[in-house]
Ligand binder design. Structure first.
Ligand code: AMP
Ligand code: MN
Ligand code: MN
Ligand code: MN
Length: 284
């Protein structure tokens, strides 16, 4: 299968995406995507609805998740693909993530209140969303209440790392996220590996640790990243004996610059993470 018709990294309203899971599948079908994963942040709530819609649209569907993890004081994202969303080891980890996220949003709202903003009202607005709360929801609450013009401004001014309302999160270690994905029968993919702020040596150490934790693949083609990143990621995948994945990191039509199924090709010499996964697609 040509990787142009593959998208293994997308979000729905169950985390910080704009579309309902079924709407996302409809869009994917209309964009000509043949193999689609739903990978909400720390949530598997959208998988059954997306899987049902994928069956009716004849799209092959991959149940997935994007787990926030920590490595050397950095936040990293680990995608779990072909997971069993009901696996106890995974649902336990995700329940803990939800609690961490709730506490973090409350702490960020308290910081916003100390900065003179209506922390309680912002908190209520974020809590009105029934999926996992993320900084995106708080950014949009700040936009809707007129405190900033755009979500990007909210990150720049308040919510980005080191900004006045930022609260670091106590995510589980990288190896624990990989282990939870494997316990759920999935493959663990290090998401957007070129996006982390690391020195060359730091990146090599990360890739070595991910490989030692038995991580399966790198997201070689990632949404928003250009071809030069894909080539660098492909070289790392070959060097560390990891497979390669392709994903847009789609969050919805508002991000006009990042459509579903960016048709960047997986570079030669990288084994597609989906190559030997037949049959597992229909599991849900
Ligand atoms: P969280 O996992 O709660 O820390 O939220 C992270 C999410 O916020 C990411 O998955 C992005 O969707 C979004 N995000 C992070 N940085 C920015 C930014 N500068 N502008 C807009 N959205 C951002
Ligand atoms: Mn997001
Ligand atoms: Mn991510
Ligand atoms: Mn993502």
């Amino acid at each position: 299968m040509d990787s142009g018709s593959v998208d293994l990294h997308t979000h729905s309203r169950c985390s910080d995406g704009e579309l309902e899971p079924a709407e996302l599948v409809d869009r994917a079908a209309e964009s000509g995507i043949e193999l689609l994963a739903l990978t909400d942040h720390d949530s598997v709530a959208g998988i059954s609805a997306a899987a049902a819609q994928a069956r009716s649209r004849s799209i092959r569907f991959v149940p997935g998740v994007e787990i926030s993890a920590s490595w050397r004081a950095q936040t990293l994202h680990v995608l779990g693909l072909w997971i069993d969303p009901a696996a106890a080891a995974l649902t336990e980890l995700l329940a803990a993530q939800r609690e961490r996220r709730r506490a973090r949003v409350a702490a960020m709202c308290a910081k916003l209140a100390r900065a003179g903003l209506p922390g309680d009202a912002l908190h209520a607005r974020v809590c009105a969303h029934d999926g996992v709360p993320t900084r995106t929801h708080l950014a949009l609450a700040l936009v809707e209440a007129g405190h900033v013009r755009t979500a990007e401004d909210a990150f720049r001014k308040y919510l980005g790392q080191g900004k006045r309302a930022h609260v670091p999160a106590d995510w589980p270690p990288l190896a624990q996220a990989v282990a939870a994905v494997h316990a759920a029968g999935g493959r663990a993919v290090l998401a957007h590996p070129a996006r982390y702020r690391l020195s060359g040596g730091g990146r090599r150490a990360l890739l070595a640790d991910f490989t030692a934790a038995r991580g399966d693949a790198l997201e070689v083609v990632a949404g928003g990243n250009g071809v030069q990143f894909a080539e660098a990621c492909a070289a790392w995948a070959r060097q560390f004996g990891l497979a390669g994945s392709v994903g847009s990191d789609y969050h919805g039509p508002r991000q006009t610059w990042n459509p579903l199924g960016r048709s960047l090709k997986l570079p030669d010499g990288v084994v597609p993470v989906w190559r030997d996964a037949p049959g597992r697609w229909e599991r849900i």
